[in-house]
Design a binder for this molecule. Structure first.
Ligand SMILES: Nc1nc2c(c(=O)[nH]1)N[C@H]1C(S)=C(S)[C@@H](COP(=O)(O)OP(=O)(O)OC[C@H]3O[C@@H](n4cnc5c(=O)[nH]c(N)nc54)[C@H](O)[C@@H]3O)O[C@H]1N2
Ligand SMILES: Nc1nc2c(c(=O)[nH]1)N[C@H]1C(S)=C(S)[C@@H](COP(=O)(O)OP(=O)(O)OC[C@H]3O[C@@H](n4cnc5c(=O)[nH]c(N)nc54)[C@H](O)[C@@H]3O)O[C@H]1N2
Ligand code: SF4
Ligand SMILES: [Mo]
Length: 729
């Protein structure tokens, strides 16, 4: 007997619905797109199609591992947790404890529901995550402009008339900070309805090839280009604010320093093109500017993210249909009104500012290596591979050896977890329930879908149970995750019942608690959030609950985005802050570098459709062919530098020998290497056979985007030389 089941794909931000066929033994025999999902409508990509292979990867760990010298021993769960407890006790001082949360924690219920309590239980400010190698500039920009770091406007993809996209390649990535299953189809639809798509990228990507126009830009210079456009809007009297804002004059003043003709040389974009883009944006009936990782992981990442929304605001497109809008996710909670600030504390060694409660991953190695009180001696990684993903990961590789104790929650023995003393593997993908708490807050249509676990648990704990148990160990409390969930539920209910006008104001906590559905604490917490959320049956505005989602296994469409800036704004002024002082300060840094000579060659990254950062290289059907670790380089540079076959790439931090992929799709003076490779000697057998090299052996952890502390991966100065040539150093 086979069975057909449905669930959301957990592998990227597109949240596609999948339809899986399972055989009697619970093995996946086929994966298709779920045609009845109202959001993804049957779309699927090669990664989603391989979910079964991933689920059954023979290299996935099935039991905890404890390292004894060079050897690994499989142990039972109680022994593994006891070892963690002993390691934590041995370190003692919590200021020496750190946690690193990797990208998949944003895709698991465990990460969304239990990472917060775990961090609180660890009682440390040494919190690091992939966010500071990714989107932290957007959070800081949104925090300063809108008062809330999670208030990220997304392009209203399905209705806009004009989309200006910078540093994103959704035809490969399927979109980021813009949850849109079948992003490619949505872009094609935009063009079909007569809309215009302009892509700004140092490479002519597959997305650029689909666009009406592709504009090459020198890496790391998007903030200049965007400022040039802001300048044009003011100079040509094209500003049409849809609403009152703070700081308009300050922005006008700041933009005076960046006229298109002044930024043209730095960006490589002709002044006439910059002016035309500004005019087109202003003239379009509706328009949106959207910029992603290429512009975030850059020297002026936060300024670029800010200027994106400045442009959206100045053209009247912020918060209007067809413009840049805010999703209304079903689990949204009211949130407190308190001024957003970064730098509430600073890192011990480099004095880098905290943002969103995190310190920059670019300084993790400093904090492990530098002696003194508060040196990190205990590290917990959850779903992360910073040896391959963090800037100058090679240094972390060595630094991890200096830890007293390391624990990793991860299904694989890999470049990072090999340093751990204890590895705690989560169960099979299909044994976990799935709800996208974070990603649905960035969706281009309001939507909710819950996927219950498709297979029963075996003797292994769920990832939620693993994280909850770690939280219990860290807080020294004897208990289960059930106690933790009960605590969170009661706290939430007490707050809600005590909040005037909340929909459950004055009601009895015990009675409400008893009404919650769910087969475990995680599901009950989801039910609680859904019921209290903006469509929830306890909000007075709807009837949403876990039960209703379970009755709609293909997901629920909650309608198109609607203007809601007033609900979202959390600034002290109650207005959009167009010119936050902290950002104006960083504009000085930008000005100072306007005339700087660009390096002769710079390095950027890229993603491939069949990749997922560092961890899908062990799935046979996904590796090989064009998904390979090659250096894209313009043929003119190949000829100029006398290269053939392979070349040596050198940066301030290291050198690598890499196979060349000459292509005129990349600008002269720019080379591109994908990240997440470098699996030589890996215990993951398929990955080891397609090892590649790690671009993060070249990237520089000393460079960060000042306001957010974000890593700089794009625009890294490098030299390229033929192999076999010895250069003086
Ligand atoms: N040079 C360069 N570097 C980059 C980037 C770049 O563009 N260029 N991109 C950056 C970006 S955007 C990101 S998000 C980071 C990613 O940085 P990380 O999150 O540190 O790295 P990943 O490769 O995503 O590693 C994910 C880890 O989670 C494990 N894992 C997978 N599924 C699960 C699960 O369900 N539970 C648990 N517990 N573990 C799981 C995998 O085995 C793997 O070890 O890399 C950054 N690094
Ligand atoms: N297939 C696949 N999908 C993924 C991932 C994956 O590894 N593989 N990773 C996931 C993750 S963690 C994330 S964060 C998202 C990222 O999603 P996207 O932001 O769409 O990421 P990329 O596909 O890397 O596209 C970034 C583009 O920026 C360009 N670029 C580089 N430097 C600059 C610059 O200075 N300026 C401008 N304007 N462009 C620049 C690059 O050439 C590249 O085309 O993708 C997610 N989806
Ligand atoms: S696009 Fe993303 S969510 Fe959709 S099937 Fe592919 S990996 Fe899964
Ligand atoms: Mo990311």
């Amino acid at each position: 007997m086979t069975s057909t089941v449905h669930r959301t794909c957990p592998l990227c931000e597109a949240v596609c619905g999948l339809t899986l066929t399972l055989d009697e033994g619970g093995h996946v025999t086929s994966v298709r797109g779920d045609k009845d999902d109202p959001f993804s409508k049957g779309f699927i990509c090669p990664k989603g199609a391989s979910l079964g292979r991933l689920d059954e990867d023979p290299d996935r760990l099935r039991r905890p591992l404890v390292r004894e010298g060079e050897l690994w021993r499989e142990v039972g769960w109680d022994e593994a947790f006891a070892a963690v407890r002993a390691g934590l006790d041995q370190v003692g001082d919590r200021s020496s404890v750190a946690v690193y949360l990797g990208n998949p924690t944003a895709h698991t219920m465990a990460g969304s529901l239990y990472a917060g309590p775990l961090i609180r239980a660890l009682g440390t400010r040494n919190v690091f995550s992939a966010s500071t190698a990714d989107q932290m500039p957007k959070h800081v920009s949104s925090g300063l402009m809108f008062g809330s770091p999670m208030a990220v406007p997304v392009p209203d993809l399905d209705r806009t008339d004009y989309l200006l996209m910078l540093g994103a390649n959704p035809l490969e990535s399927n979109g980021s900070l813009c949850t849109a299953p079948d992003f490619p189809g949505r872009l094609k639809a935009l063009r079909r309805r007569g809309g215009r798509l302009v892509v700004v990228d140092p490479r002519r990507t597959r997305t650029a090839a689909l666009a009406d126009e592709h504009v090459f830009i020198r890496p790391g210079t998007d903030a200049y280009l965007l400022f040039g456009m802001v300048h044009t809007l003011f100079a040509e009297d094209l500003v049409t604010l849809g609403r009152e804002v703070n700081g308009l004059d300050e922005v006008r003043e700041a933009a005076k320093h960046f006229p298109p003709e002044a930024v043209a040389r730095r960006t490589g974009v002709p002044a006439a093109v910059i002016e035309r883009l500004a005019r087109e944006l202003a003239a379009a009936r509706t328009a949106a500017v959207y910029a992603r990782i290429g512009t975030c992981t850059a020297e002026f990442g936060t300024l670029a993210q800010w200027l994106v929304d400045v442009l959206n605001a100045l053209t009247g497109n912020l918060d209007r249909p067809g413009g840049a809008m805010f999703a209304k996710p079903a689990t949204e909670s009211g949130g407190r009104r308190r001024p957003y600030a970064t730098g509430r504390w600073r890192s011990r060694v480099r004095g880098l500012p905290e943002a969103n409660g995190e310190l920059p991953v670019a300084t993790l190695a400093d904090e492990i290596e530098t002696p003194g009180e508060g040196r990190i001696r205990f590290l917990l990684t959850v779903a992360g591979n910073p040896v391959l993903s963090a800037p100058h990961g090679a240094r972390l590789d060595a630094a991890f050896e200096r830890l007293d104790f390391m624990v990793s929650v991860d299904p694989y023995l890999n470049e990072t977890t090999r340093h751990a003393n204890v590895i705690l593997p989560p169960p099979r993908v299909l044994q976990s329930g799935h709800y996208d708490f974070a990603l649905l807050g960035f969706a281009v249509r309001n939507y909710a879908r819950y996927s219950p676990p498709l297979l029963p648990m075996d003797e292994r704990p769920s990832e939620s149970q693993i994280l909850a148990r770690l939280a219990m160990i860290a807080s020294g409390v004897d208990g289960t995750e059930g106690d933790l969930d009960a605590f969170v539920i009661d706290e939430t209910l007490r707050k809600a019942t005590g909040t005037p006008g909340s929909g459950v104001e004055g009601r009895d906590v015990a009675e409400l608690r008893a009404a919650l559905d769910g087969r475990d604490g995680g599901e009950r917490r989801l039910d609680l959030m859904l019921r209290l959320g903006p469509y929830g049956e306890w909000s007075g505005k709807g009837d949403l609950s876990l039960r209703k989602l379970l009755d709609h296994p293909h997901g629920l469409d909650l309608g198109p985005l609607e203007p809601r800036l007033d609900e979202v704004l959390r600034t002290a002024s109650g207005l959009v802050e167009l010119a936050p002082p902290q950002l104006l300060e960083d504009v000085e840094r930008l000005r100072a570098k306007l005339e700087e000579e660009a390096p002769e060659m710079v390095l950027i990254g890229r993603r491939h459709l069949r990749s997922n950062n560092s961890w899908l290289h062990n799935v046979g059907p996904l590796v090989g062919g064009s998904n390979a670790c090659t250096l894209q380089i313009n043929p003119a540079d190949v000829a100029r530098l006398g290269l053939a076959g392979e070349a040596v790439v050198r940066s301030a931090k290291g050198q690598l020998t890499v196979p060349l992929e000459p292509t005129d799709t990349i600008m002269p003076g720019v080379v591109s290497l994908p990240h997440g490779w470098g699996h030589a000697g890996s215990a993951q057998r398929v990955a080891a056979a397609h090892a590649g090299v790690s671009v993060n052996d070249l990237t520089d952890e000393s460079a960060v985007d000042a306001p957010s502390g974000n890593a700089v991966f794009n625009g890294v100065p490098v030299t390229i030389s033929p192999t076999g040539v010895i250069t003086a150093h």
